[in-house]
Design a protein around this ligand. Structure first.
Ligand SMILES: [Zn+2]
Length: 281
């Protein structure tokens, strides 16, 4: 089905229940992000899964803002970030120690932690949580986050095939009726049988029919997901101000123009010496 090669998020709901779900599929957006840098396959698969997870997480927020998944841990991975905002615009970045091999990178990642930051646009409020990856999967780390920070039972499956990533989330909304708890356990068990390859291969309708063939499910409209970098000339000016006058002007000892490149999208911003001096007046 053609649906599989688009970038989108789609929600669904089990009729007469408080269990909901989301499915995300990423193609072009991931390709754009991966093309910015020469990423190793080990880094690509981790970054791609984090990006798919960031969309699923973002889709559960009730307000406008930005969600960031950031790796914390061993220095073999210097930086690993996936971001998604309420418009489902994603961007991501990874930097690592070029002297270590793929296995060492994987080990560094799976023994580290994930910091989950939610920034509310309305009042600039920030909520931060940290979950240990503990040699489990990214999907399990996100499930732990929902259990610990939100007390929401959640099941997540992630999968990928080269530059195509997909994610599946099923979640039980708060309610204490025995009937709903039993229904959630039923959904939880069935979701656990979903293999990554099946998530990649089946379109959403087929997937839900095969997985929950006895249930009535409402599938909502698809919402596009795309790569978009929010960098700007103004934000780059702020970065230079934070860097400090001395540091910023040092570039002109060897260069006529100061070029600042955004790592997320490779866009370059140029400043003359006069422009930099003006920033500090
Ligand atoms: Zn940018």
């Amino acid at each position: 089905m053609t649906q599989l090669n688009k970038d989108f998020l789609q929600g669904f709901l089990f009729d007469n229940s408080d269990v909901r779900g989301k499915i995300v599929r990423l193609n072009n957006s991931i390709r754009t992000i991966m093309d910015q840098h020469d990423y190793l396959p080990a880094i690509r698969s981790i970054l791609g899964e984090l990006l798919a997870a960031s969309v699923l997480l973002s889709s559960t927020l009730k307000y406008e803002g930005q969600l960031t998944l950031q790796f914390q841990g061993e220095s073999a991975i210097k930086m690993l970030v996936a971001k998604c905002n309420h418009k489902f615009e994603i961007r991501g970045l990874a930097q690592w120690d070029k002297d270590v091999d793929a296995e060492q990178l994987r080990q560094a990642f799976f023994s580290g932690k994930l910091m989950i930051t939610v920034e509310e646009a309305r009042d600039n409020q920030r909520h931060q949580s940290i979950v240990a990856i503990e040699n489990k999967s990214i999907a399990e780390a996100i499930e732990t986050y929902f259990k610990q920070s939100e007390q929401i039972p959640t099941k997540i499956i992630l999968g990928n095939d080269k530059n195509y990533f997909a994610g599946f989330l099923a979640q039980k909304m708060p309610s204490h009726s025995t009937e709903q708890i039993n229904f959630w356990q039923h959904v939880d068990i069935l979701t656990s049988t979903l293999k990554s390859e099946e998530l990649i291969k089946w379109d959403n309708q087929t997937l839900l029919k095969k997985l929950f063939h006895e249930e009535d499910i409402r599938l909502f409209h698809i919402e596009p997901v795309m790569f978009n970098c929010t960098c700007s000339h103004e934000k780059t000016q702020n970065t230079l101000r934070l860097l400090g006058q001395k540091e910023a002007l040092a570039a002109f000892l060897t260069h006529k123009v100061l070029t600042v490149t955004c790592e997320y999208c490779n866009k370059s911003y140029e400043f003359t010496k006069q422009a930099v001096e003006q920033l500090f007046h």
